[in-house]
Each structure stands twice: as structure tokens, then as C-alpha cells.
Design a protein around this ligand. Structure first.
Ligand code: OAD
Length: 237
């Protein structure tokens, strides 16, 4: 912990990759592990373009349930610690796989959302995107003014990440002197590969996770515990 703290204090360029674990203490379920969403549901039934084509109402019911959980959640000390870190690092980039928007609500500004935004709806017919932060969407599936079906503005399995976001994330990872990986099982590519991009370009990689991950063996520091406790300790001035 002490060494990781020193690296962070000295760094002028920091990139962070977060996953569902950072929002766990806000009451939002993760995907894998105990209580994880993919223990109760099959991703291929709910998070693929084929699933949406087969049963858009079912997919929307699941997203609507997640939207209602997220609407009630508050950012936790882990989100807030990262927002404070941004204030003191000259070049900072927060890359997240989360779609919940809690980083922004905690005050983070430079956020790259690799997997989209659960509060955005996108028309499958005309392509128009619009923000809708009302957890109650009324009749499902929702429809665009053009009459087309709207889908959640998130990235599903089998889909490409938004190209511009990916380029920004890769560039920040390559430039980082310190790369923090927080609360991700690091199994979903290409996001998980950013830690290797950073390390190969010379960054110190620090992992914060409640459990071991495939990255734990080769990172420079692996800090075990809840992000809401470890991050404030790590970033304490
Ligand atoms: P996962 O659910 O795969 O992993 C969550 C990680 O958080 C695990 O490694 C846990 O050990 C860790 N964790 C749990 N609670 C924690 C806490 N309080 N503090 C720190 N760590 C904690 O979630 P992601 O890695 O984000 O993609 O999953 C990646 C992608 O897979 C998601 O973006 C989503 C999912 O399927 C799509 O839907 C496309």
C-alpha cells in the first residue's frame, strides 16, 4: 500500500479502469461471482443483439429493473476518491465498463464509457439517441418518435466498442505512469487488455479488488479489499 501510494503521488499521468465491483458497495449487483447477475441470468438471453431481436420486451424488463436499482443508488467513497484524484493529477482519464453513471454523479469529469450508458435510449430504426433518466419507461419496449423500437444505449456481447472511446482509452493507457484497475474481474475483452497496454508501455499497474483476478499475478501491486475502503486509503493525501 505504501509503495503504491508513493507511485500515485509522483505520477503526472494516471489512467483508471473500473468495473462493476466499484459500484457493489452502492448496492448494484456485479456480473460474476457471488450474487452476480450472470449467476441468475444468461447473458445470451439478455445482453446480445440476437436476444433483443428475439424478445425486446424481456430485454427491456431486465434493463428497466437495473435502471430502477441504479436510480436508488448513491456513489460510494470509492467513486468519490477517484473524483478527488482527478483534481490533483495533471493528466487523468477514468475508463469505465460500468453503465450506471455513478462516477459522473460522484464528480468525475473525464470519464470514458466503454460499454455505453444505461440512461441513453437509441432507436434501432433511425439511430437517434436520447437521454431518459426516468426509471419508469411506461410501455415496453419504448418507441422513438419515428416509430422505431428503442434499445438501451449500451454495448452488448458481440458488438464493437464505440471507436472514439476505445481510441481515447488506449491512448490514455499507453501514456499512463500509473494505471489503476478497480473492481473488475478482468475477463471481458478488449477492456481488460488495457492493463497490459499500460504495463507494456511502462506504467506501474495497481489492482484494487475484493478477490484475485487473472491480473493479480503480474500487476505491480495488488490491494485486496472493498474499493470503498481501499481507494480512500490509497489516495489519502
Ligand atoms: P464482474 O462482475 O465480472 O467483476 C466484478 C469484480 O469486482 C470481481 O472481480 C469482484 O471480485 C470485484 N468486487 C466485488 N465487490 C467489490 C468491491 N466492493 N470492491 C472491489 N472489488 C469488488 O464485473 P466487470 O469486470 O465489470 O459487460 O464485468 C465486465 C463486463 O462484463 C461488464 O461491463 C458487462 C459484463 O458482462 C457487458 O454487459 C457488455
Amino acid at each position: 500500500m505504501d509503495e503504491a501510494r508513493r507511485w500515485l503521488r509522483a505520477a503526472r499521468r494516471v489512467a483508471v479502469l473500473t468495473g462493476a465491483g466499484i459500484s457493489a458497495e452502492s448496492g448494484i449487483p456485479t456480473f460474476r461471482g457471488q450474487g452476480g447477475l450472470w449467476r441468475q441470468y444468461r447473458p445470451e438471453d439478455l445482453a446480445t443483439p440476437e436476444a433483443f431481436d428475439a424478445d425486446p420486451k424481456l430485454v427491456w424488463e431486465w434493463y428497466n429493473w437495473r435502471r430502477s436499482l441504479i436510480a436508488k443508488a448513491q456513489p460510494n467513497p470509492g467513486h468519490r476518491a477517484l473524483a478527488q484524484l482527478e483534481e490533483r493529477v495533471p493528466e487523468f482519464c477514468l475508463i469505465t465498463q460500468n453503465v450506471d453513471g455513478l462516477h459522473e454523479r460522484a464528480g468525475s469529469r473525464m470519464v470514458v464509457r466503454l460499454h455505453g450508458d444505461i440512461w441513453t435510449l437509441r432507436c434501432t430504426h433511425c439511430g437517434l439517441s436520447c437521454k431518459n433518466e426516468d426509471p419508469e419507461l411506461g410501455e415496453l419496449p419504448p418507441r422513438c418518435a419515428c416509430g422505431g423500437l428503442q434499445r438501451p444505449g449500451v454495448v452488448w456481447f458481440g458488438e464493437n466498442l464505440p471507436a472514439e472511446c476505445w481510441q481515447t482509452a488506449e491512448k490514455a493507457s499507453r501514456a499512463a505512469e500509473v494505471f489503476l484497475v478497480v473492481g473488475t474481474s478482468a475477463v471481458v475483452m478488449p477492456a481488460a487488455g488495457l492493463a497490459a497496454v499500460a504495463k507494456n508501455a511502462g506504467a506501474r499497474v495497481i489492482e484494487v479488488n475484493a478477490d484475485d483476478t487473472p491480473l493479480s499475478g503480474w500487476v505491480d501491486a495488488s490491494l485486496r479489499g472493498p474499493a470503498g475502503k481501499i481507494l480512500p486509503e490509497l489516495l489519502a493525501a
